[in-house]
Design a protein around this ligand. Sequence first.
Ligand SMILES: Nc1nc2c(ncn2[C@@H]2O[C@H](COP(=O)(O)OP(=O)(O)O)[C@@H](O)[C@H]2O)c(=O)[nH]1
Ligand SMILES: [Mg+2]
Length: 254
Amino acid sequence: MVFIAFIIGTAGSGKSLLTASFSEWLKISEQDVATLNLDPGAVKLPYTPDVDVRDYVTIDEIMEEYDLGPNGALIMAADLIAGEIENISKEIEGFNPDILLVDTPGQMELFAFRASGPYIAKEISKDPKAIIYLFDAVFSLNPLNYVSNMFLSAAVYMRFLLPQLHVLSKCDLLSQGDVDTIVEWSEDRSTLEAAIDKRLEGEGRLLSYRLSRAIYQLGLNFPLISVSAKTNEGFTELNAALERIFAGGEKITY
Ligand SMILES: Nc1nc2c(ncn2[C@@H]2O[C@H](COP(=O)(O)OP(=O)(O)O)[C@@H](O)[C@H]2O)c(=O)[nH]1
Ligand SMILES: [Mg+2]
């Protein structure tokens, strides 16, 4: 059985560095982990993926072959990956890890908001899967940005319908006080509403208020786990949350 965690978030939210640091951390904790890069557009990765979609699909070749620019080629690549999923699955089976961390395309919409992403997530294996959704800490410090990210995470949830963990990434870039504030918003609606009230105005305030209410009412608000892929802060909590999803709180690797 391979437990699969897809790391999803907006461009630059820290997916690739989290894949790198968290997989190293899991290895040191003697977990049997492997990494899969699903970003065909990645030029340089901070880790060496065990399985790499760039072995199957490369942006330069698509640009050349179909006479496309980089954006068109990225969209085409996202769809072409779906056709390679059987080969990718076979490669993963060869590694047979206990847990697989999946680094998804830089631009989240290429994975989350096209038909191919959920198809890939479904077809990659029959084993248990989860999503780690990243909230960029610096971006999320503004209540309006925080609420728009809640909305995006809810949209991702709706697309995949998989257990979803919510992570506040890059928390080393904020003061502990600011990290605590954002985490509190994710746990206690009244603190978020107070911040919206105090720091926003006009239509931005009204929409943030109503949107956050709707997401809370749908039960699509999840507590944030604050992590840093630079300092490894929060990895123990992230690992414990994954173990709760995958192994009922037991260790994943014995
Ligand atoms: N300080 C800090 N920087 C980070 C962290 N995670 C990622 N970054 C930086 O943010 C940028 C984008 O990260 P990357 O992992 O490539 O984002 P991706 O587009 O989601 O894969 C890079 O310059 C990373 O070095 C973090 O936890 N702390
Ligand atoms: Mg990346």
